[in-house]
Design a protein around this ligand. Sequence first.
Ligand SMILES: Cc1cc2nc3c(=O)[nH]c(=O)nc-3n(C[C@H](O)[C@H](O)[C@H](O)COP(=O)(O)OP(=O)(O)OC[C@H]3O[C@@H](n4cnc5c(N)ncnc54)[C@H](O)[C@@H]3O)c2cc1C
Length: 518
Amino acid sequence: MTSGRVVPLTTSLDASEPYDVCIIGSGPAGTILGWSLAERGIRTLILESGSNLFYWLFDRRLRHLARYDFTGNTEYPLKNTRARMLGGTSNFWTGRCTRFHVSDFEPNPYTPDGNPWPFKYGDLEPYYERAENSLKVRGNDFSEYVPPRKNPLPPSPGQGISTLKSLLAGAEVAVDSSPTSAPEKGYRFFRIQDEILPGFLSSPHGTLVTGANVTRLIPDGEGRIAEAEVRTMDGIRKVARGKIFVVACGGIETPRLLLHSRSREFPNGIGNGNDMVGRGFNDHPAVNFFASIRHARNTLSPFGTIARSHQYYDSFRSEGLGSVLLVFRQAWFFPHHNLPLLGLSKISNLPKAVLNVMGRMTKPTLYIGGTIEMRVSDSNRVVLSDRNKDCFGNPLAHLVFDYADEDLRTLERSRELIRGIYRKLGATDVEEIEVSWSRHHQSTCRMGDDPGTSVVDRNLRVHESPNLYLCGSEVFVTGGAMQPCLTISALAHRLADHLASRLGEPRGAVRVPGPAQG
Ligand SMILES: Cc1cc2nc3c(=O)[nH]c(=O)nc-3n(C[C@H](O)[C@H](O)[C@H](O)COP(=O)(O)OP(=O)(O)OC[C@H]3O[C@@H](n4cnc5c(N)ncnc54)[C@H](O)[C@@H]3O)c2cc1C
């Protein structure tokens, strides 16, 4: 048995004794969990379907595996929402690392019937701290509207208090004192495979197999998962054995794998005895506005600045609606926001876009966006496609996803809120552009105490199987309006504690160097 490095499929599977834990997926969820387990001396295998960027870009079969069918009224993006490669979707992400609010864990208008969060914010708090250390998060949401953190890491140099703060004070908007909470090396540049995976691989207890597509989970006849069927693009078929299996394939592929793994024992798919697998899909749509603003001297930076406000997070909940997070960006030129959002994807829009950008360059522009929480509707769900198959002959996922009336009302209330802020600032030319999506795939295998309304229990174990766990944003009960990855990472640390105590932490665990403790 080869451990502690990337090994070929043929030498690591089939003949081996079971691993303590077999994790499927090497995104933030799978890698942080694997690293935390291997660090304690627990023999851990990570199976990852992709490998490096080259294969992701040029292997059409791999890209096809990340596609899904879609039905719905939301114009939801299908492409580039997930990466099948080492590190998973952290290869694409923007690096924002934010905690959920305390109120997200409390019963609120969007709590699904009979399915509250099975724990409180305070229960997750120590794991948030560990996740912030693992992801080396700097900056903070420092403001009176978010819970104070113990030992917050200071903002990086250059993450100073936004010049937007004084401008927005004129509209009675309080912004965080740090523009972003992100990995210290800069948001966008933190890749899980570069920052966390080396710790896993340097442990003698960690084994990684790439190019390993898990196509089916195979039960033993008594509800336990005995094996994972693994297939390669060049036709090799193997099985991986584990005492415990954790599926960490993201909010679309995790339910797809469970639904597809039908057997006599699980005729509707694993964990789907109550038809809950795949239900509740939600993301974070955002309304986007631009306007020209008058401003006092020294309130705007020529280089542009960004700020966020949690002030209105809970305001719409009293109306039975979702939460909202506001983001402000000021600049004379918006290379990031203007070009894609003004429709440069369509060449016919080019003249309009160029004129728009040129017009905006002559006067300061304030972008305001409002990212909202969606209602967790059980009719929004991942099912198996009856039209399209992957290269192994298995059905692709099919996402059914409509706005609920409450989502449309929350978007509308956010528009009113933003227009009101512009009015107070004396803004002119207020222009709304199309709704954008955050590509956060959430709540498709929710956690809860009642197997009738959830898929996994409070420890993330699938209710119907004693040795199968899930880890990722698919277990979120509600989605809030915050980015998911810090909460995913906190849940991975929490799950590592649970599995270690269940397996009995091995003696003589070798501690491997991990990410710096800030
Ligand atoms: C453009 C963009 C920007 C984003 N920005 C942010 C942000 O700023 N902050 C934030 O918190 N979140 C952000 N996200 C979301 C964030 O990237 C995801 O929430 C996070 O990566 C999910 O982690 P995960 O490990 O659960 O899943 P993933 O990262 O999707 O990883 C799943 C892994 O499982 C593998 N896999 C899937 N199926 C199989 C199989 N059958 N067999 C073997 N392996 C399999 C995949 O190849 C992949 O490596 C962003 C996402 C996108 C697309």
